[in-house]
Design a protein. Structure first.
Lengths: 244, 321
């Protein structure tokens, strides 16, 4: 019970101090609109909003969570307020879950902003919402943990932002959202398969447009494996680098 | 009973040995001073004891809990005030305290009540609703101490609690530390202000280059350097002209005249004041004050460590806190 009180208060603090700040809320709204507009301009004809939905949702989560967690953690490390959390009688796994929960929640909210827009622009019937929800959650978890991995590796906030982009931009083109995996050069394909976003995006494509490549169970198992693996790696890195 | 037991604690960063086989104990209910220059290993030792660093070798226990294997249990009974305030700039004073209490699992009603009490006790009641970033350095320090004790810890680690703050705030903080100690909290304090340690601490350890060079009760450390007895007498009239005749009458005593109205007597043996007083009485010179001069902790520190205090202070305060 005591740990849950701490968990809830850490989550609320992060939501209030970082994630629910007006610039971040506006980011969640502007990003999907900008992406949709970009594709509209590129196609120069009417676009299928539903076709774009998996990509915009995935990228909203990816861009929202990775840099947010990396930046907020680096900020708290620099101001030494993160030490306060490390000094609390909380299990490190539990503490890191509390710290990442805010970013995961922010990712979930970001993912459904494009859905809200799409609701007014296209017919959303036939979408399997349960796998969509599962995929959105796991993409948010893996992207957040990627942010944590970045946070542990850098010292300055600008480094966190730069490092985030180093991971994110290649992901956009390698995860199969906009360029099918089969269309990628042969030597790049292994890279696609080591990106968690590839599997999350495939679930979204299957569940929204029925055009995924791998089966849902395979995607979920692999994505879950990524989530557990990244969490274990992050905890190891935190212990190694932050508890000197 | 010892609340802190440290045995051969060592911390190495590559080739650098930051803490070198440190052994010490802190008795329950005392104020223990940990003194040393910059880079001596004070903060690293605190980090090892509080769980922010892992020891290369050796062991430490807080209230019986192993600092390596049971650090979370140990953290539940300790309060930590770092050398720089690390509260949340976005929160106000009340929210900061309430959040810190939540980290220890305190219920909402309980933590809000305690936060209000502490704001009152630390003279911050009016500033409770102001954002932390708007606080002065002294106020930030006080709130950080309040945050360190909100869960009623058995032991409080204070790292340089008065560095870089104004004299009035420093005095208030020293008073708060004494009050806390009187209520039963054990205090482990690091400071480079020797006079602060002398005023507050019952026992002291000097650490230099990661090694403890001396540890013991304050009086014991003082006695160690007190190799002679010194008495200073003060007069209303000028007495500097008496130095020669005094030296003739008391050849075994070293006579010094620090000012025209004071005379200092030094001897390796116990000083007999009766003949001295008679000497002045015969000359119709009333003695207004007789003071036994003891060495200060500063002298003890310099003698033991060979480090000049002024240099140490300048180094510390030059950090730009």
């Amino acid at each position: 019970m005591k740990s849950w009180i701490a968990f809830w208060n850490i989550l609320m603090k992060d939501m209030r101090n970082y994630y629910l700040k007006p610039p971040n809320i506006s980011w969640g709204l502007v990003f999907p609109v900008a992406w949709t507009l970009m594709f509209f301009l590129k196609s120069q004809t009417a676009i299928d909003v539903r076709e774009l939905l998996p990509g915009v949702m995935s990228l909203s989560i990816l861009f929202g969570t990775t840099s947010m967690l990396a930046v907020t953690m680096t900020f708290e490390r620099r101001s030494r307020s993160f030490e306060r959390l490390l000094l609390a009688p909380l299990d490190l796994n539990f503490l890191m879950l509390a710290k990442t929960s805010g970013a995961i929640l922010f990712g979930l909210l970001n993912a459904f902003v494009p859905v809200l827009f799409a609701f007014f622009l296209t017919n959303l019937s036939g979408i399997r919402w349960l796998p969509v929800l599962g995929a959105v959650f796991l993409i948010a978890v893996t992207s957040t943990l990627l942010g944590l991995f970045i946070a542990v590796s850098v010292k300055e906030i600008f480094e966190a932002q730069t490092f985030s982009n180093f991971f994110r931009f290649p992901m956009i083109f390698l995860c199969g959202l906009f360029i099918p995996l089969q269309a990628l050069p042969f030597f790049l394909r292994p890279l696609s398969y080591i990106l968690p976003l590839t599997y999350g995006a495939d679930i979204l494509k299957s569940s929204i447009n029925q055009n995924g490549q791998m089966g849902l169970p395979v995607n979920f198992v692999i994505l879950l494996g990524f989530a557990v693996g990244l969490f274990a790696l992050s905890i190891r890195n935190v212990k190694r680098k932050w508890i000197y | 009973m010892d609340i802190v037991e440290v045995n051969q604690l060592t911390k190495k960063y590559g080739d650098l040995t930051a803490v070198d086989r440190v052994s010490l104990s802190v008795h329950e209910g005392e104020i223990f001073g940990f003194l040393g220059p910059n880079g001596a290993g004070k903060t690293t030792t605190i980090n090892l004891l509080t769980g922010l660093a892992r020891a290369t070798s050796g062991a430490a226990r807080i209230s019986g809990f192993d600092c390596a294997r049971e650090i979370k249990k140990a953290q539940a009974i300790m309060g930590i005030v770092p050398d720089e305030s690390n509260l949340y700039e976005e929160f106000d004073g009340f929210e900061n305290l309430s959040f810190c209490a939540a980290l220890y699992g305190m219920q909402k009603d309980e933590r809000e009540k305690k936060a209000k009490e502490l704001l009152q006790q630390f003279g911050l009641a009016e500033a409770g609703k102001r954002p932390f970033r708007a606080y002065s350095r002294g106020m930030k320090r006080k709130l950080t101490i309040a945050a360190g004790i909100i869960h009623d810890p058995k032991i409080l680690f204070l790292d340089e609690p008065t560095t870089g703050i104004d004299v009035a705030s420093a005095r208030q903080i020293r008073q708060l530390i004494q009050n806390l100690n009187q209520k039963g909290t054990t205090i482990f304090i690091t400071t480079h202000y020797i006079e602060e340690a002398e005023r507050l601490c019952k026992r002291i350890a000097f650490i230099v280059s990661g090694k403890i060079v001396r540890i013991g009760p304050l009086e014991e450390l003082m006695r160690e350097v007190q190799q002679e007895n010194v008495v200073q007498l003060a007069f209303a009239d000028g007495v500097s002209n008496l130095k020669t005749s005094l030296q003739e009458d008391f050849p075994d005593v070293v006579i010094e005249v620090p000012s025209n109205q004071t005379i200092r007597f030094r001897s390796t043996r116990q000083l007999n004041l009766t003949p001295l007083m008679r000497f002045f009485e015969q000359r119709n010179l009333p003695v207004y004050e007789a003071r036994i001069m003891r060495p200060s902790l500063e002298e003890v520190f310099v003698k033991i460590t060979g480090i000049e205090l002024e240099k140490m202070k300048q180094e510390k305060e030059g950090k730009g806190k």
